[in-house]
Design a protein around this ligand. Structure first.
Ligand SMILES: [Zn+2]
Ligand SMILES: [Zn+2]
Length: 398
């Protein structure tokens, strides 16, 4: 029997999930093991270091040289799920550099998220439970992408995890299979589904087949919207690169959505103290912004936002200054800004030069700006210069 280690704090999968848990924390204090007769046995309980190594060695093979002879089921499915979440790639590359901290982004445990993907994939491929694949098919027929359809199944799986954790009884295959069956019924026969909901009293045993009261079991999650737009991946804590409406309509591999989620990963890695990883995520954002510009015809200010994110990072940590300067150069060359925006960008570039140790070049820009800028901007220039001086002084004294 595979063991699942669960610790406090951290939302497992996506924003509709209410309970808090994290996974893969063998050595932490609040550890408990879930009694499991089978449902969770398919989840992988390898360490982060194992997945870091497997990702490094195998992900390339998985994508470019898939060979059925090398197929080993669960690890393949886990790698496929890791691959499908492009926003997490900078995180997978750094899994063994996080010093045992769980890879949590905006409260979402990324490794647990893909582990849940791999688990429902296993259930669909093996037909155990039998209700998994029909539920997935019903979702796909209703217009869900494969990825979002899996998110719905994963939600049923996380409900089961939550139930087992709040009441340390063994997981219930009947209850889980019943919930999967309800997903299918709701989509294939909405009238029959609505009738069952209507005719079930709040205090009656739940329609999933558990012995728990309906109001305490499935009533709440069955009232969640079951439309593809509601099940897109959106990481909390990300800066807003797209509206909720855009997110709901966009494809799973839409570069704007990936850009927003990758920004959340960049923040998370920075917060976890992995600056190398944070910088890699910022680089992925730079690449994505190029893809955004190819796919969206309106003028998008995303490159400026990505530059701002880079600037914050470089000024805070003194890393990535050269790349941020190159980004500023590209923005300045592209033009399309009024005089004020251009000046602000030139000053931001000068800040980076100073931070990278090129004081003379930076001073030249400030001096030029102070003499050339219109009176209303002189104050801004002087303020930035003073602030930078004190920042650099403080760094020097440290
Ligand atoms: Zn996912
Ligand atoms: Zn129920």
């Amino acid at each position: 029997m595979a063991q699942i280690w669960v610790v406090g704090e951290a939302n497992t999968s996506y924003n509709v999930t209410k309970f808090k848990m994290a996974y893969h924390a063998h050595q932490r204090r609040k550890v408990k093991t879930i009694p499991d007769p089978g449902i969770f046995a398919q989840m992988r309980s390898h360490t982060d270091a194992f997945w870091a190594k497997t990702w490094r060695e195998r992900s390339r093979w998985l994508v470019y040289e898939r060979n059925p002879a090398h197929d080993d089921g669960q690890i393949r499915r886990m790698l496929q799920a890791m691959q499908a979440h492009r926003e997490f790639h900078p995180l997978w590359d750094r899994l063994d550099e996080l010093h045992g901290q769980p890879a949590v982004v905006g409260g979402i445990n990324a490794l647990l998220h893909v582990s849940l993907h791999a688990t429902v994939q296993t259930q669909c491929e093996t037909g155990d439970p039998a209700q998994a694949l029909p539920a997935l098919r019903a979702l796909e027929d209703a217009g869900f992408s494969h990825h979002r359809a899996e998110h719905v199944l994963m939600h049923a799986l996380t409900l089961e995890l939550a139930d087992v954790m709040s009441d340390p009884a063994p997981s219930s295959p009947t209850r889980y299979a019943g919930r999967l069956g309800l997903i299918e019924l709701r989509l294939r026969n909405p009238q029959a589904f609505a009738k069952r909901i209507r005719e079930t009293a709040r205090n009656a045993p739940c329609i999933c087949g558990s012995t728990i009261k309906f109001k305490r079991c499935c009533r709440d999650w069955l009232s969640l919207p079951l439309a593809p737009t509601a099940w897109a991946m959106s990481l909390p804590d990300a800066p807003q690169y797209c509206t909720t409406e855009y997110l709901g309509q966009a494809a799973d591999d839409d570069p704007t959505v990936l850009l927003q989620n990758t920004a959340a990963v960049a923040y998370a890695l920075e917060r976890l103290g992995d600056l190398e990883g944070g910088l890699a995520a910022l680089r992925q954002m730079s690449d994505l912004v190029g893809e955004v510009e190819e796919t969206r015809d309106q003028l998008v200010p995303f490159r400026h936002n990505v530059f701002q994110h880079f600037w914050d990072f470089a000024m805070n940590h003194g890393r990535g200054c050269e790349e941020a300067i190159a980004l500023a150069d590209r923005l300045l060359a592209a033009g399309g800004m009024d005089a004020q925006a251009r000046l602000i960008l030139e000053l931001a570039r000068a800040d980076l030069l100073a931070r990278a140790g090129q004081r003379r070049e930076a001073d030249a820009v400030y001096t030029r700006a102070l003499t050339g800028a219109p009176a209303r901007l002189q104050q801004e220039v002087a303020r930035r210069k003073t602030r930078l001086e004190s920042l650099l002084k403080a760094r020097h004294e440290q």
